[in-house]
Design a protein around this ligand. Structure first.
Ligand code: MOS
Length: 739
């Protein structure tokens, strides 16, 4: 093992391709004789299409066809054919299925033309008559409609323990509050897009924006009856996704449908407005009760969530599981109910459930600290849990105490004066707040293939994705390390459905899952090399076992005497091997079930609030992360920086504004949907706390894609309270709420 490769910062291996425009995104593949699609979106939120007149649109020069529910080709009959790996329980939306309108901006027609401009123009000429029905889009107003879903998408709320009613009634110190956050949309810079390239032999090559080529491939296979060979899905680069690419979106369905029917290649790119027509972080109401003794020992905790879903799928997230992960308490109760609205089904967005559940819990803990007259960090340390009370298991590792300690020290927390409005900087009120973050560190089954050629170059592949997280780079590092090759000699391939099976690129599990397969497959190549070397004349490894050798600098060396070495390429040459190829599948080890694997973080934030204007600036953030082994500190830090920026957006800017009159997210553009810009971002300091984890997976890394955003919105809310004395329990914290 070459110890110099992982744990060290490496530049992105795809960095140059990206900054020089060589990286091809889904809509950028140059396909000859391409047709262009444009989607017509429903203007109403609910009802029926009484008539749809496409005659005028068809007259436009270059228009080839207009697809509607009236003329769409036959597709799969059964609901379940439209389900994908990330589907919640329910009946997935089927584009152009019938004349029913289920949500605003539903795709109701696809215009296909020789040019994009022709298609877009003709789309305006499609005349739709609706039979409008009353819609329901107001979460708060429909709270009495909340229901317990027959099945939860991920895990059901944890079981009740102890007697929370009595414990809460008797608690000396109490917090009982409601917290709310609005819907948010993913808004990656790259719009969702698919090209269905029609080949002469009737097969399709599909270029799709996705977090899983396998998922997209299976989806179109099920619906259109295409085998894996008849429809290959390619997605080498993704311009941000954050969860929006976990499910196949409707542009994939429509592009493939049109290409198959027209026997031509079809490209379909959604507009920014249409990016608000599928999937969002669901608006959620949370109710919390925390009760403690006078010295701050938690005696009762209740966490309830009321979250929106569509009328056709029961989307739910793990919102109420975090109390059990973070704070020891014997009397607890949890519930998670859904409220069905006439919107598209919500969709996983970076740290789904965690970032929202901990938003509420970590503000409630801040309120409890104030009620108990305790420092917020002390309160958390007092109630620190050494086991995951959800499953009654010890943690695979947990360096959260070190996170609190190192972040507090770096931040200068000991200089905080606890009283609200007690710290100032000129006309600004200064607030310091903190919060805890946690996220699951899962490993999923994954496969990888390795090909070592006579020139000493190694190509490793798996059908995973790189949504900007650094997958290409980190997998290359893991492979280089396992076989002791220089990083330049390793190529990692992903984003092609013909490659070995990989899970969805999400859940922060890619390094743990695909990385384990990469490590394993490279070790299998190494083992083969050793086997071949043993029989060579004068081999220093004649009797050596795998444990007795190391792979370093392109050579196999004897651990006991590293001067005894053979170059990998020499072994291959002498044995007349042109290449060595291995493929493995890697599954979580059974022993893992004995531990609860979580990433943890502590986030400390400084805000400055203009006393007259109510404007909030997040001037400093220190985020300490315990995420196991860090493979590439540079890309790892970027993940946390990005997560913190997201957290600032969630706390202060992002809001998908539902206009209940129209039943539509009305600010469906980047001018009115605010995300943080450079001027909003100041000092962000990331600390990776040392954490060794023997149990979590063969890599020892816990995943860093999501933990960075968790806790940030709560820490900012707590800091705003500390600055102003005003507690805002409603995200985003905009001026109007604060003044
Ligand atoms: Mo993430 S929301 O699992 O892409």
């Amino acid at each position: 093992m070459n110890k110099d490769i992982t744990g060290k910062s490496a530049n992105r291996v795809d960095g140059k391709a990206k900054v020089t425009g060589q990286a091809t995104y889904a809509a950028e593949f140059a396909i000859p004789a391409l047709l262009h699609g444009f989607v017509v979106s429903s203007e109403i939120a609910k009802g029926k299409i009484e008539s749809i007149d496409v005659a005028e649109a068809l007259q436009v020069e270059g228009v080839v066809q207009v697809f509607t529910h009236e003329n769409r080709p036959q597709t799969a009959w059964f609901d379940k054919s439209y389900q994908d790996e990330d589907s919640p329980p329910g009946s997935p939306f089927r584009p152009l299925h019938n004349n029913e309108v289920l949500f605003s901006q539903q795709p109701i027609a696809l215009v296909v033309a020789e040019t994009f401009e022709q298609a877009r123009y003709a789309a305006i000429l499609v005349k739709v008559k609706y039979q409008e029905a009353p819609h329901t889009t107001d979460l708060q107003a429909n709270r009495d409609q909340a229901y317990v879903p027959p099945k939860y998408k991920s895990q059901p709320p944890p079981e009740k323990r102890g007697d929370v009613e009595t414990a809460f009634a008797n608690a000396a110190v109490k917090v009982e509050q409601e917290y709310f956050h609005t819907a948010e949309h993913h808004n990656p810079i790259e719009m969702h897009a698919s090209i269905a390239a029609w080949e002469e032999d009737g097969t399709l090559t599909v270029y799709d924006k996705t977090q899983s080529v396998k998922n997209s491939q299976k989806y179109i296979s099920q619906i259109f009856g295409l085998s894996e060979k008849e429809a290959r899905v390619i997605s080498p680069y993704v311009g941000g996704a954050f969860g929006s690419g976990l499910r196949p979106q409707y542009q994939l369905f429509l592009a493939v449908m049109a290409a198959l029917e027209l026997k031509r290649s079809v490209k379909l790119v959604l507009t920014r407005q249409q990016m608000f027509s599928f999937g969002h972080r669901p608006a959620t109401i949370q109710r919390l009760q925390l009760g403690a003794s006078t010295d701050g020992n938690l005696e009762a905790a209740r966490h309830e969530a009321y979250a929106e879903t569509s009328k056709f799928e029961d989307y739910s997230e793990n919102v109420v599981v975090w109390q059990n992960v973070l704070y020891q308490c014997d009397n607890v109760a949890f519930s998670h109910q859904l409220i069905g609205l006439d919107v598209y089904t919500p969709l996983d967005m970076r740290a789904p459930g965690g970032v929202t559940g901990l938003y509420a819990l970590e503000i409630a803990m801040d309120e409890l600290a104030i009620a108990a007259n305790l420092d917020p960090v002390s309160l958390r340390l007092k109630n620190y849990t050494e086991k995951d009370q959800n499953k009654d298991l010890p943690f695979s590792s947990k360096e959260l105490k070190a996170c609190y300690q190192q972040a507090a020290e770096r931040f200068g927390w000991d200089k905080r004066s606890p009283a609200p409005r007690s710290m100032r900087d000129g006309h600004n009120l200064v607030g310091w707040g903190m919060a805890t973050g946690a996220w699951e560190a899962k490993q999923q089954e994954s496969a990888a293939k390795a090909l070592l050629t006579l020139d000493g170059k190694l190509t490793v592949s798996s059908a995973t994705a790189d949504i900007g997280t650094g997958t290409y780079t980190v997998m290359s590092q893991l492979a280089a390390e396992a076989l002791g090759l220089p990083l330049e000699d390793v190529t990692f391939k992903l984003g092609d459905s013909s490659l070995p099976e990989a899970p969805l690129e999400g859940g922060s599990w890619t390094v743990a899952s695909v990385g384990s397969a990469v490590k394993l497959v490279c070790e299998a190549v190494g083992e083969k090399l050793l086997k071949f070397s043993r029989k060579l004349p004068g081999s220093p490894f004649a009797t050596a076992s795998l444990e007795e050798v190391l792979f370093e600098e392109g050579q196999i060396k004897l651990k006991s005497d590293p001067a005894q070495a053979m170059a990998i390429v020499d072994i291959m040459r002498q044995r007349e091997l042109h290449f060595i190829e291995e493929e493995v599948s890697s599954k979580p080890a059974p022993g893992q079930k004995k531990y609860a694997p979580y990433t943890h973080s502590a986030v400390f934030v400084e805000v400055k609030v203009d006393e007259d204007l109510g404007t909030i600036k997040v001037t400093r953030v220190v985020s300490a992360i315990a995420g196991g082994r860090v493979i590439n500190p540079k890309t790892a830090r970027s993940q946390i920086l990005g997560g913190v920026v997201w957290g600032i957006g969630m706390a202060l800017h992002e809001e998908s504004f539902m206009d209940n009159n129209f039943g539509r997210f009305i600010n469906h553009n980047l001018a009115e949907y605010h995300v943080p810009v450079n001027a909003d971002i100041h000092d962000i300091d990331v600390i990776f706390v040392e954490e060794h984890d023997e149990h979590v997976n063969p890599i020892g890394a816990k995943g860093l894609g999501e933990i960075g955003v968790v806790g940030v919105a709560a820490a900012i809310s707590n800091a705003v309270f500390h600055a102003t004395g005003k507690r805002i329990r409603n995200l985003p914290i905009t001026l109007d709420k604060l003044l």
